[in-house]
Design a protein around this ligand. Structure first.
Ligand SMILES: [Zn+2]
Length: 383
């Protein structure tokens, strides 16, 4: 089964060989997808025949968004906490415990239905690859079942038992690290590809993060980190030292952190929805890009610090608040997200890549920032 999408006004390929610009933009373009893979990219005038033909009528077509950071396995709602924050209360990591209680009380069916709803919501906004973390179970059984639920929707599942120390271990954080690196890891590992730690004041310190990542690596899980969200700290440097694929948040960075990320090739995943929803200052994407750091944009969709599932919204914020051009923001939400997951088969439209695409009801990717809040994604295709 082959699909030809033709009369594409602007095709973003993320292949710099196409046109020499960051997004590898082609105009008056066409693309053929066959058996789930991109088979051909070229000009509409030279498009080959296919089983099915879609006329884009001059619209823009992009690689599907790659959301490399989400927390979709949860129950409950924290709208009142958001309301209080907007009225001036500050955000602290401890709010996670509210969601832990609700998640533990939910059935597998309720958790699965919640993830399905959010994945569908993401898909409608152009996301075709996503990562999902556990981290609201924080017990052996609840972390394992959270990952089992997540695995029904993506292979990019991340064990985040080290999200916060749960209330029952409040007086024994070392005992909790032993649990995370012992029985919890053993139960979680068969359902996870990644291991993550919230390395932050109020969560886990550098030594604990190091221990947990090492335990994960020993059973084949790749590491990633939440770090430098609430203030400067050791997490970003640790991620670079360990050569992790990505370190996420990066809101507060020293020059030394920036250089370490560049030298290690570790992706800085920026999550501007969090700054929006916590009223924290935005990090500078410009600073990172100019230093030569690879930047990804992700949603961090979660019920506490950032309840958006929309990468178009994150792109608009990155352009408006983080000094990124529309092209840089779109790259970060596609190829950047792919890099943050160590993937080369998504985030770009070149022969052999997955046939994951989105169409905008707009002539150019610039509209994603130019028309914030408007549902511009009219169609997605996913392998
Ligand atoms: Zn997160």
């Amino acid at each position: 089964m082959s699909l030809l999408i033709t009369n594409i006004g602007e095709l973003v390929t993320n292949d710099p060989a196409e046109s020499g610009d960051l997004l590898g933009v082609r105009t008056d373009a066409a693309v053929v997808v066959s058996d789930g893979l991109v088979e051909w990219v070229g000009s509409a005038a030279e498009a080959p025949a296919a089983d099915e033909v879609v006329d884009a009528e001059g619209r823009a077509v992009l690689p599907g968004f790659v959301d490399s950071h989400s927390h979709l396995v949860f129950a409950g709602d924290r709208a009142l906490e958001f309301q209080a924050r907007m009225a001036g209360e500050s955000y602290a990591a401890g709010g996670i415990r509210t969601t832990v209680a609700a998640t533990r009380a939910a059935s597998d069916e309720q958790l699965t239905a919640g993830v399905a709803r959010h994945v569908a919501e993401m898909r409608r906004q152009g996301t075709t690859t996503l990562e999902i973390k556990s981290g609201y179970g924080l017990s052996v059984d609840d972390e394992a079942r959270s990952l089992k639920v997540a695995r029904q929707f993506t292979d990019e599942t991340t064990f985040l038992g080290a999200h916060v120390v749960p209330p029952e271990y409040a007086d024994d954080p070392a005992g909790y690290v032993d649990l995370v690196t012992g029985p919890m890891l053993e139960a979680a590992a068969p359902h996870a590809s990644w291991i993550d730690v919230f390395c932050e004041r109020g969560a886990f310190d550098e030594d604990q993060a190091r221990t947990i990542l090492a335990a994960g690596a020993a059973v084949g899980l790749k590491g990633r980190l939440h770090a430098n969200q609430l203030g400067e700290g050791p997490g970003v440097h640790l991620a670079a030292e360990l050569g992790l694929a990505a370190v996420d948040h990066c809101t507060y960075l020293t020059d030394d952190d920036v250089h370490a990320l560049r030298d290690a090739g570790t992706v800085a995943t920026l999550l501007p929805g969090v700054e929006f929803s916590t009223k924290h200052p935005y990090p500078s994407g410009r600073r990172l890009i100019e230093a030569g750091v690879t930047v990804a944009l992700a949603s961090d969709c979660n019920p506490g610090s950032c309840y958006t599932s929309s990468l178009p919204f994150c792109i608009a914020l990155a352009v408006r608040e983080m000094g990124m051009t529309p092209a840089e923001a779109v790259w970060a939400a596609t190829a950047g997200g792919a890099a943050a997951l160590g993937r080369t088969d998504v985030g770009r439209l070149v022969p052999g890549a997955r046939g994951d695409l989105l169409m905008l009801d707009a002539p150019t990717h610039v509209h994603l920032a130019y028309r914030p809040g408007v549902p511009l994604v009219v169609r997605t295709w996913s392998a």
